[in-house]
Design a protein around this ligand. Structure first.
Ligand code: PMP
Length: 407
């Protein structure tokens, strides 16, 4: 692998090999255009923070400064605030997880937990198995540690156990070292699908018998619209699963507070890695969240979020039914995303500049695969625009798709 850069950059020859994949995509440049207010963006995954009682959050900030200002403004524990770690146990209990606050490590968003776990486990050339499609910025992390990313197929019921089994067997036959399975089992990003309970058990068994750690990333599990989803993988297996959670979707991403619940054997190294990276996660954010959880009806607030996102999901599904009845898409029971399949011969990335001209943006499917698949797929986010804008966005998208089909 060679270092990446361009010859306008005087440091071009100095970058580490691991930066080879750290380049801004063309899609990113288009998104800058797509952030204009006249564009309906179905592209990003921004939570709708306006649904929060922002004055209550303001009261919390004031109280923390008045009552615990000298703690909030100071460095804290590298593992995270002890009271918040206890409260995190209550949050996880809603998904069937029982654990000890000793095994919770607070991180700077779950994104940073992904980075720390990857740093702990991946040598260049090691394999990470991920669903195909998978979360784009997790794959950026895996690549930045020079992991080889291998996809196992999923369908509307999540990762397919038989596909995982086959993938593991063929990688082992090639002499590869598989370090972990990265999975978003509930309301996945980008596919919007949920792994069934039976498959959860089967996948845990496959990983256990092949000595593969499971990295369970669960930012959306509490944002269900209908019945609650099956319990987390971590609720079944304490020793083989690192579980990642976050306050980004149930409260607000601006705090940058997430966590890992790690098997006891791993957590010590994880704390050391956290300290090496950030000394301590933000004391200020942690104390504010801790106070918010102690003084606010946070479960009621999550219900409010569910209502907002359910209405938007319904608006998107209705618009797809009305405007694009010949296409197929996933039907999410929670989370932020619908995964749309275009006719085979369309290329969603090539189509994006035209979509932006028509004032609608989305994320092309290829972003979510490490191997260039997903050309005719699109991720549509319904989390941020209002229902009317969602409908208008799908109307504009329809015009673009129909225009491409006529070419
Ligand atoms: N994992 C997944 C699947 C996500 O969708 C996101 C946010 N888009 C993250 C992790 C990172 O979230 P945060 O760092 O805000 O906790």
């Amino acid at each position: 692998m060679t270092a990446q850069g361009n010859n306008l950059d005087p440091w071009y020859h100095h970058y580490a090999d691991r930066t080879a994949n750290l380049s801004a995509s063309e899609v990113r440049a288009l998104f800058a255009v797509a952030s204009r207010p006249e564009v309906v963006s179905l592209a990003g995954g921004m939570p709708f923070v306006s649904a929060l009682p922002q004055d209550r959050v303001g009261d919390t900030l004031d109280r923390v400064m008045r009552e615990r200002g000298s703690v909030a403004l100071q460095y804290g524990s590298g593992q995270g605030d002890p009271r918040l770690r206890e409260q995190i146990l209550e949050v996880m209990a809603l998904e069937g997880i029982r654990g000890s606050a000793d095994d919770v490590v607070v991180t700077t968003g779950s994104q940073h937990a992904l980075e720390l776990i990857t740093k702990l486990f991946i040598n260049p050339g090691d394999v990470v198995i991920a669903e195909g499609p998978s979360y784009v910025t997790a794959m950026v992390v895996f690549r930045s540690f020079q992991a080889q990313i291998e996809h196992a197929d999923m369908d509307e019921f999540g990762l397919i156990p038989e596909a995982l089994r086959r993938k593991i067997a063929s990688l082992k036959a090639d002499g590869k070292r598989i370090k972990f399975l990265y999975t978003i089992p509930t309301f996945s990003n980008p596919a919007g699908v949920t792994l069934t309970w039976e498959r959860r058990l089967e996948i845990l068994e496959i990983c256990r018998s092949n000595d593969i750690l499971v990295l369970e990333d669960n930012p959306y599990g509490l944002l269900y619209f209908d019945a609650p989803p099956p319990h987390a993988l971590r609720s079944v297996d304490e020793d083989g699963v690192v579980y990642l959670g976050t306050f980004s979707k149930t409260l607000a991403p601006g705090f940058r507070v997430g966590w890992a619940l790690a098997p006891h054997a791993i957590r010590e190294k994880l704390i050391l890695a956290n300290e090496a990276a950030v000394l301590s996660p933000s004391s200020f954010s942690q104390l504010v969240i801790s106070d918010y959880l102690a003084t606010t009806d946070w479960k009621g607030q999550i219900d409010t979020f569910r209502g907002v996102y359910r209405e938007r999901r319904d608006a998107m599904l209705q618009a797809l039914d009305d405007y694009l009845p010949d296409l197929s898409w996933t039907v999410p029971n929670g989370g932020f995303y619908v995964w749309l399949t275009l006719p085979d011969r369309l290329d969603s990335k090539a189509m994006l500049p035209r979509a932006v001209t028509e004032l609608v943006a989305y994320t092309p499917g290829t972003a979510f695969y490490a191997d260039g698949s997903g050309k005719n797929k699109i991720r549509l986010s319904f989390c941020y625009p209002t229902p009317d804008f969602i409908r208008e966005g799908i109307r504009r998208l329809t015009k673009v798709v129909n225009g491409e089909l006529e070419l």
